[in-house]
Design a protein around this ligand. Structure first.
Ligand code: ADP
Ligand code: MG
Length: 696
């Protein structure tokens, strides 16, 4: 059957929808920059990026002038370095202006110097620093990460930056990532040379993040002190209709949410964030967006910026966006998959099996290095995704387990195991898979391996997916740990080859030594636990256990050898994470107490009073009275547990885990049961039904 058009279809698209026309208009990417500056200035900038050497002063000033003029033309009156202190994915900024004083004439003028563009100094003592800084040792610097382009948000030009102390210690999320990238580049090139590649000059890591989140009504959000203070609900019975029927998964978006997300995507596009996918997720009110992959450091920036755009626009649309890993008990929580891969500057994807024997061999060598990385430093990957929020998800049958294994997929795993036993390196991936459907549907080209959504680190045909990252994490730290571990694997192999071992022998032995970490089965099953036990793969069930690994001897050695953290910095990083964890839980406990004492218990007792007035008796009324009694006891117990919180980062984190969390669980249970019994007119807070369904 042929299609009959009622009129000729348009031959050419002449107009662009507004949203598409504005793509990248607010970001100073290389295309725009090259247009703005003289070739010699651009050349000097490129040279500076390649070498890490400062630009000559005259050219740096010329660059700054062009960038300022571009910003002014876009209505900016000032600029700010945009950095990522260790406090979750919320950027830091210190607003400065293009105004300057001409000391000769005493007149105000408009200016931005090269020195101002590249760095600024500030006071950094009040950010979490894990003891690296005393209050009287405050100086800190922001320095432009020149691989991440400046952008305009509102009336400000933002310059993505690192944030380091006067001592040189990292105070941010990004510095360790950039250092890990450098180490990865260096050791990947060494291995490539051993494999016969004399052309590549750089190896970079890329990431495409997938950000999940919940969208709820703003008024309900503001009526829940727990959501406002902690990002998650500390009370609440499961909604009557949860995710049992998969009604939300890939369903049509509610109209309000669709308008909101369309506007958010438009704003992200302007900023150069390449969102090209959006869909509904499993739980009611849950959604996901993802961009096209980019350099890891740039992706870390765009992720934070995208989260901020989502927050800002939610406000404008009378909605609230939740990124917490477990905002609601009983329905799925929120993750952030990181699709991670390696590429050379000569255009090769190092995790594509390839078509020639040489490409196959390279692929197997890099997968071997990754196996070494995950086998030896899986504990670091686990530590990097640890947070009070993510603890609710990992291993809870909705996210990968707290055991970090490498899921290559059935046939690649078989191939690698065969290589370890002396089999041919080439042969994997030479064939493609086609799925016939019906005459009207051309054969579907399928990936070589099925997807494994229960694995923390599965192979996806041309990349790996670090699936254990939390929805509310800054991705720079997990990526820094992945790249550090990978660099260590590459270094291990190149060191051996340099010492005289044959390349293929090193590949085989590296796989053989790491075989215990390969697991392509169901990560939600007991088989994984058995596998982990048998092969000695660490099972770090809680965050405090995982944080302790950051300062294990082998990891301190790794950080030192690769130049990622000094020993001091590693200890500080651990302390910051432990403090953050303990503080999160202490705030949750305080919030719970406030809600119980000032709202939930009074409502429940008022309900009991009314029951008594009726003079009736029943099992329900007895149960209610008993629950209120239980709740009173649990509230007292929670209060005294919170009072006894010890000082010291590790002590507080362990106490929060072992003592506070169980006390919170004990207080929540009777309160949730009461929610299902007390007069709903008296219940002080919007319920899960209101929160996840009301904005539809
Ligand atoms: P899913 O179907 O698993 O939800 P998505 O399509 O939402 O996956 O996201 C896939 C992500 O992987 C995108 O960001 C995409 O750009 C990214 N990606 C694809 N190829 C690579 C690669 N070689 N390296 C890194 N990221 C990649
Ligand atoms: Mg996805």
């Amino acid at each position: 059957m042929s299609i009959h058009w009622t009129h000729d279809p348009p031959k050419q698209v002449v107009a662009l929808p507004d949203a598409l026309a504005k793509i990248s208009s607010k970001v100073l990417d290389d295309v725009t920059l090259r247009r703005l500056v003289d070739p010699d200035v651009y050349g000097a900038f490129e040279q500076c990026r390649r070498s890490g050497e400062p630009m000559p002063k005259a050219q740096a000033n010329a660059l700054a002038t062009s960038i300022r003029e571009w910003a002014q033309a876009n209505n900016c009156i000032g600029y700010s370095h945009w950095f990522s202190p260790m406090r979750g994915p919320v950027h830091g900024e210190k607003l400065e202006t293009f105004m300057a004083l001409d000391f000769k004439s005493g007149r105000l003028m408009v200016n931005l110097t090269g020195a101002e563009l590249f760095q600024t100094e500030t006071d950094g003592s009040s950010f979490p620093n894990g003891g690296l800084r005393e209050t009287h040792q405050a100086a800190a610097y922001m320095g432009w990460d020149t691989a991440s382009p400046p952008f305009i948000y509102g009336q400000t030009l933002y310059i993505p930056s690192v944030f380091i102390a006067w001592s040189g210690d990292a105070l941010d999320q990004k510095t360790p990532l950039l250092k890990a990238n450098d180490a990865l580049d260096k050791h990947a090139l060494r291995l490539l040379r051993h494999l016969g590649d004399s052309e590549s000059q750089a190896v970079v890591s890329n990431v495409g993040w997938e950000q999940e989140f919940f969208v709820i009504d703003r008024e309900h959000y503001l009526s829940r002190p727990d959501l406002v203070a902690t990002g998650r609900t500390l009370f609440g019975q499961s909604p009557l209709r949860g995710q049992q029927q998969s009604l939300n998964y890939f369903a049509k978006m509610p109209i309000r949410v669709r308008r909101y997300l369309d506007a958010a995507r438009e704003r992200m596009w302007e900023l150069g964030i390449s969102i090209d996918c959006a869909h509904n997720e499993v739980a009611p009110a849950q959604h996901e967006i993802s961009p096209i992959f980019s350099l890891t450091n740039l992706a870390a920036d765009t992720n934070v910026l995208a989260m901020e755009v989502l927050r800002d626009l939610a406000f404008e649309h009378d909605l609230a966006v939740l990124f917490h890993e477990k905002p609601f008990a009983g329905i799925n929580g929120t993750g952030k998959h990181n699709n991670w891969g390696l590429n050379t500057d000569t255009g090769h994807n190092l995790f594509v099996p390839g078509e020639t024997a040489a490409e196959n061999r390279r692929f197997v060598a890099f997968v071997a290095a990754l196996a070494h990385a995950v086998h030896k430093h899986g504990d670091l990957l686990r530590a990097s995704v640890s947070s009070s929020g993510n603890d609710h998800r990992l291993g809870a049958q909705e996210a990968p387990p707290a055991i970090i294994t490498l899921a290559l997929g059935k046939s690649l795993e078989e191939h690698m195991r065969a290589v370890a036993r002396g089999g041919a390196l080439e042969g994997y991936g030479m064939q493609t898979k086609h799925l016939p459907v019906a005459k009207n549907v051309p054969d579907i080209k399928a990936s070589l391996e099925d997807r494994n959504r229960t694995a923390p680190f599965p192979f996806c045909g041309n990349r790996f997916e670090f699936r254990a990252v939390g929805g509310n994490q800054h991705i720079a730290f997990p990526l820094a740990m992945v790249n550090a571990a990978m660099a260590a694997g590459l270094k291990h192999m190149s060191d051996r080859i340099d010492a005289g071992d044959a390349v293929d022998t090193v590949i085989r032995e590296t796989i053989a030594q790491s075989e215990g970490v390969l697991f392509s089965g169901n990560g939600y099953s007991d088989a994984l636990l058995a596998h982990a036990k048998q092969h000695g793969v660490a099972h770090l069930a809680t965050s405090p256990e995982a944080y302790a690994q950051l300062t294990a001897d082998k990891n301190i050695a790794l950080f030192g050898e690769l130049g990622i953290f000094s020993e001091r910095e590693a200890h500080a990083r651990r302390a910051v994470l432990e403090e953050g964890f303990a503080t999160d839980i202490a705030i949750e406990a305080r919030t719970m107490l406030r809600m119980l004492r000032t709202a939930i218990l009074p409502a429940a007792m008022e309900d009991l009073r009314r029951d008594a007035d009726t003079g009736l008796s029943s099992k329900l009324l007895d149960e209610k009275r008993a629950e209120v009694q239980t709740l009173l006891g649990a509230t007292e117990a929670l209060a005294s547990t919170l009072d006894a919180m010890p000082d010291g980062a590790s002590e507080a984190a362990n106490y929060a885990q072992r003592m506070l969390r169980p006390a919170m669980v004990a207080a929540r249970a009777p309160a949730d049961r009461l929610e299902g019994m007390v007069d709903e007119q008296l219940w002080p807070y919007p319920t899960y039904n209101d929160l996840v369904h009301d904005h539809h």
